[in-house]
Ligand binder design. Structure first.
Ligand SMILES: C[S@@+](CC[C@H](N)C(=O)[O-])C[C@H]1O[C@@H](n2cnc3c(N)ncnc32)[C@H](O)[C@@H]1O
Length: 277
């Protein structure tokens, strides 16, 4: 199911294949590693990384001995993930293309742990996503999601907020990915999938982006390679507002940088969701 010819028919796939998310992912590796560390993964457990990209969390999970499958809607990221796995000699890690809203290729009760860090939140039809994630998780297993939080003052929520103010209104029925950052919405989705609400917990967590250039150069990576930002620049350009968008984002990136030496380190908050099945 993995050809670029599907681009025109699946806008979600087109959005993520448009750029090259590996350019952003490479700035998130330390946080991916720390997140996996916090999950105490033991050797031999079966892990699904959903919306895996090129393996920011899938790679460290495999390095700790888990059998890991990364599933992502973007063919270019699946390919990049498999190239990384081969380069690292990780025979217990593979990536395949798939859609979080319908994981028909995966059997019920297949995984001890499903991880989705800023991944499944971007799929449409969140109730289908919750149902599928619960279906493929074994009884007694865990689901861990990382979701950006609407109106949060930190970097990514602000990039998405600023970008949407330069973009055309979404189509009728569109459910914002940011609603995955609202606890009551998450509870509604997982309880509809059959999970008692006492088995759903939340905490605030942080991811840090580390980039070897300036914040303005880091913004350049988003502008050139991050699908949602690329689309926002395209939409702004159509209205002659590209410079305004750029200036708002440039101010944002520079204001959030913690380094003073010409490099970039920006931390962003997210909602960490843990579901036990
Ligand atoms: C912000 S990136 C995060 C990637 C990775 N989890 C990481 O932390 O580096 C979002 C990822 O979700 C994937 N994605 C978006 N919609 C999806 C869907 N419906 N099914 C599977 N993956 C999806 C994108 O292709 C992209 O790789």
């Amino acid at each position: 199911m993995s050809t670029k010819s599907q681009l025109a028919t699946n806008p979600n796939q087109a959005l993520w294949e448009k750029g090259d998310f590996t350019r952003i992912a490479s700035t998130m590796r330390e946080s991916g590693d720390a997140l996996i560390d916090s999950l105490d993964i033991s050797g031999g457990v079966d892990v699904l990384d959903l919306g895996s990209g090129d393996g920011t969390t899938a790679v460290p999970a495999a390095q700790r001995g888990a059998n890991v499958l990364g599933v992502d809607i973007a063919g270019n990221l699946v390919e990049a993930g498999n190239t990384r796995a081969a380069g690292l000699g990780l025979s217990n890690l593979r990536f395949q293309q798939g859609d979080a809203t319908n994981l028909a290729e995966l059997d019920d009760d297949s995984f001890d742990l499903v991880v989705s860090i800023f991944g499944a939140m971007f799929a449409p039809r969140p109730f289908d996503v919750a149902k599928e994630v619960v279906r493929v998780t074994r009884p007694g297993g865990r689901i861990v999601m990382g979701n950006w939080i609407p109106n949060d003052p930190t970097l990514v929520a602000q990039i998405l907020k600023i970008s949407s103010s330069y973009s055309p209104p979404p189509p009728d029925g569109f459910v914002s990915p940011m609603t995955w950052g609202v606890e009551s919405e998450v509870v509604e989705r997982f309880t509809a999938a059959g999970v008692p609400d006492g088995q759903i917990s939340f905490e605030r967590d942080t991811y840090t982006f580390n980039y070897p250039g300036t914040p303005s150069e880091f913004l350049g990576e988003f502008r050139a390679y991050y699908g949602p930002t690329m689309n926002a620049y395209d939409a702004a350009a159509k209205n002659g507002r590209e410079d305004d968008l750029h200036s708002e984002l440039d101010t944002l990136f520079n204001a959030h940088n913690d380094n003073g030496d010409g490099t970039t380190s920006i931390s962003a908050s997210f909602l960490r969701v843990t579901v036990t099945t």
